[in-house]
Design a protein around this ligand. Structure first.
Ligand code: ATP
Ligand code: MG
Length: 139
C-alpha cells in the first residue's frame, strides 16, 4: 500500500553538502520525494516538532542543533514508506546502524544523526501538516 512519511535532512548533513547523497539513498530505497523544501527552522517550530521529547535530558541540545543550520523537510511516498524509510535511515545511534544506511554512511553521533523519519503513519500525517500544505505535495 502506498503510504507517505515525513523526513528531515538535519543540519549536520546540510552543512556538509550531503543533501544529494542522502536523497540518492532515499530514492535507491524505492521512495519518491513528493515534496521538498530547504528552511531555517525557528526555535518554536523545533520545540513543537520534538515536543514528545521535552522531558528528556537532551531536549535543549536537540532543539539548539535543529536550528543551528538549515534543514531540508520532505514528504516521501512509497509502499510501506514509514517502515521502509526507518530501515534506510538505520539506528538512531550511527555506531549501531546497519551497513548502507544513511546514518551508517553519514551520521556523526547519536545527536547529530543526519536524518529524521516518522515512526508511525499517524505521526507522519501530524508532522507533514506542520511543514506542508496539501497542494505542495505532488505525488
Ligand atoms: P528521529 O525522531 O529524529 O527520526 P529516532 O526516532 O531514531 O530519530 P528518537 O528516540 O525519536 O530517535 O530521538 C529523536 C532525536 O533526538 C534523535 O534522532 C537524536 O537526534 C536525538 N537524540 C536521541 N537520543 C539522544 C541522546 N541520547 N543524546 C542526544 N541526542 C539524542
Ligand atoms: Mg523519533
Amino acid at each position: 500500500m502506498a503510504e507517505q512519511t515525513f523526513s528531515i535532512i538535519k543540519p549536520d548533513a546540510t552543512r556538509r553538502n550531503l543533501t544529494g547523497k542522502v536523497n540518492a539513498v532515499i530514492e535507491g530505497a524505492g521512495l519518491r520525494i513528493v515534496a521538498q523544501r530547504r528552511i531555517q527552522m525557528t526555535r518554536a517550530q523545533a520545540e513543537k516538532f520534538y515536543e514528545i521529547h521535552k522531558e528528556r535530558p537532551f531536549f535543549g541540545e536537540l532543539v539548539d542543533f535543529m536550528i543551528s543550520a538549515p534543514v531540508v523537510v520532505q514528504v516521501l511516498e512509497g509502499d510501506n514508506a514509514v517502515a521502509r524509510y526507518r530501515e534506510a535511515m538505520g539506528a538512531t545511534n550511527p555506531a549501531q546502524a546497519a551497513e548502507g544506511t544513511i546514518r551508517k554512511l553519514y551520521a556523526e553521533s547519536v545527536g547529530e544523526n543526519s536524518v529524521h523519519g516518522s515512526d508511525s503513519a499517524d505521526n507522519a500525517a501530524l508532522e507533514i501538516v506542520q511543514f506542508f500544505k496539501p497542494e505542495e505535495i505532488v505525488g
